[in-house]
Write a protein that binds this ligand. Structure first.
Ligand code: GLU
Length: 487
């Protein structure tokens, strides 16, 4: 597919929760690296000193591992082009800044925030794009000396060439042209000596020999600036590919308003990593056929950068739920339990420590609802019937089931037969229910429904052949008695 070794990177800024959009970028880069037997580099872009935290970096790495996405070089694992954390690379950036200053491709700017804001406002008032108009472009050595003596700490700005068309050759979007006159001279080093994103990213991608920069579409507008820096430093420009935006169902940019946006939130709700990976892969990329369920291995085989889409991707939670439900149905009882435990504990259904007996019981309970949940947090409402002995009718419809006088003989017979039943297992209950149908000559629903409502309060739920044996004879009889007392 590509010439030479594919070297891609995922370069998060550790400034907050790990967004699903970030996870998708990591996934596409991972797939491209694995598919081409190339390398994935994990670089931490922590130049925003105020917002970057170690905790966020740890969280991102942990989430990547959880998703099954490993990296070949980068933070934690090292590699030939380290260090891989930008704040540990400051001396490297300084060397290039010196070079740009000496060649005149960059210059010191002493403008204050107030001056810059005033310029911005005046351009806006004229209906022009706000940009830096180059006030400090031609300062003499003497002027710079004076400004420094007055205590001004300069930034370093990149001198943007005038009247130049900058072409971005994008893997996804084709050729996109930008006019350099729309780009003001931009800051590459802040007054505290820390490089800006658009500058550090170029030096790192070049020195780390990145062949393909695959990232979110919001960075397309940064790309012409970065190309100018590549050219000024004499670096080869990598292949860019900007993957489509992720929109909410209302087609506005995906944000907190649309629900959970971080990988952690989905993990905590009990989504499975394989489902999330599968779902994310379909946001902005499409397989060649109709298949929608893909394991990571299958995605690796199927993935091709040519099928990355230009159109925005719509985050459809129903689809994620459908995919997650598919994977939940296939997991082992032990994994199901592991997934459900924190939710059951939080709901107060179980203690933090459980006995082997409880564990075995819980597994059976969970298996009975496994097909009905889309993600683990939903077990709480589904297993309620196994825990709550105090029957509350879920709605009027449930209550009305028991107002029909014909239900009394059903419930009475049920009670008498259950008292007599020696082995209360699925088979025993099956036989018991059948015998009621036969004796009272009523149809199945007229038997199942009143019993269900009487012992659970609901009109839907797990099979009675699961509920009754798992709740146990005594508790079922107790529930029945209290319900009968209420009607
Ligand atoms: N640190 C940037 C971000 O998190 C990386 C952008 C890029 O991939 O170039 O958005």
């Amino acid at each position: 597919m590509f010439e030479g070794e594919v070297r891609v990177r995922f370069a998060p800024s550790p400034t907050g929760p790990f967004h699903i959009g970030g996870a998708r970028s990591a996934l596409f880069n991972w797939l491209l690296a694995r598919k081409t037997h190339g390398k994935l580099i994990l670089r931490v872009e922590d130049t925003d000193l105020e917002r970057s935290t170690k905790e966020s970096e740890e969280n991102i790495k942990e989430a990547l591992r959880w998703l099954g996405l490993d990296w070949d070089e980068g933070v934690d694992v090292g590699g030939p082009y380290g260090p891989y954390r930008q704040t540990e690379r400051l001396t490297t950036y300084e060397q290039y800044t010196k070079q740009l200053l000496e060649s005149g491709q960059a210059y010191y700017c002493y403008c204050t925030d107030e001056e810059l804001e005033a310029e911005r406002q005046s351009l806006l008032a004229k209906g022009e794009m706000p940009r830096y108009m180059g006030k400090c472009r031609h300062l003499t050595e003497q002027q710079k000396k004076e400004l420094t003596e007055q205590g001004h700490k300069p930034t370093v700005r990149f001198r943007v060439p005038q009247n130049k068309q900058i072409m971005v050759n994008d893997l996804v979007r084709g050729e996109v042209a930008f006019d350099s006159n729309g780009i003001g001279d931009f800051v590459i080093v802040k007054s505290d000596g820390i490089p800006t994103y658009n500058y550090a990213v170029v030096i790192d991608d070049a020195l780390m020999k990145i062949s393909h920069v695959i990232r979110a579409e919001e960075h397309l507008s940064n790309t012409p600036r970065q190309i100018l820096v590549y050219e000024a430093l004499g670096f080869a420009v990598p292949q860019f590919g900007h993957i489509s935006l992720i929109l909410g169902k209302d087609r506005t940019k995906m944000s907190k308003r649309h629900g959970a946006t971080s990988v952690d939130q989905y993990r905590q709700l009990g989504y499975l990593p394989e489902a999330l990976v599968n779902f994310l892969s379909l946001l902005g990329w499409s397989p060649s056929g109709e298949q929608e369920i893909f394991s990571l291995e299958e995605l690796m085989a199927e993935f091709s950068a040519e099928r990355l889409a230009k159109n925005p991707a719509v985050f459809d939670i129903d689809k994620l739920n459908w995919i997650n439900a598919h994977y939940i149905r296939q997991i082992s009882p032990d994994r199901l339990l592991e997934l459900a435990l924190p939710h059951l504990q939080q709901a107060g259904y179980i203690e933090n420590e459980i006995s082997t007996e409880q564990r075995n019981w819980l597994i059976k309970v969970l298996i009975s609802v496994q097909e009905h949940i889309s993600y683990a947090a939903q077990v709480v409402e589904h297993v309620a019937v196994y825990f709550n002995d105090d029957i509350v009718f879920e709605n009027q419809e449930a209550k009305e089931v028991l107002t029909d006088p014909a239900v009394m003989p059903v419930l009475d017979t049920f009670k008498n037969k259950l008292v007599e039943l020696e082995v209360v297992d699925a088979q025993g209950i099956q036989g018991l229910l059948k015998s009621i149908i036969k004796e009272l000559k009523v149809n199945g629903k007229k038997v199942y429904m009143p019993i269900r409502v009487a012992i659970t309060g609901n009109t839907h739920g797990p099979e009675l052949t699961n509920i009754i044996p798992l709740v146990g004879k005594e508790r079922v009889l107790g529930r029945l008695a209290s319900t009968l007392a209420k009607i």
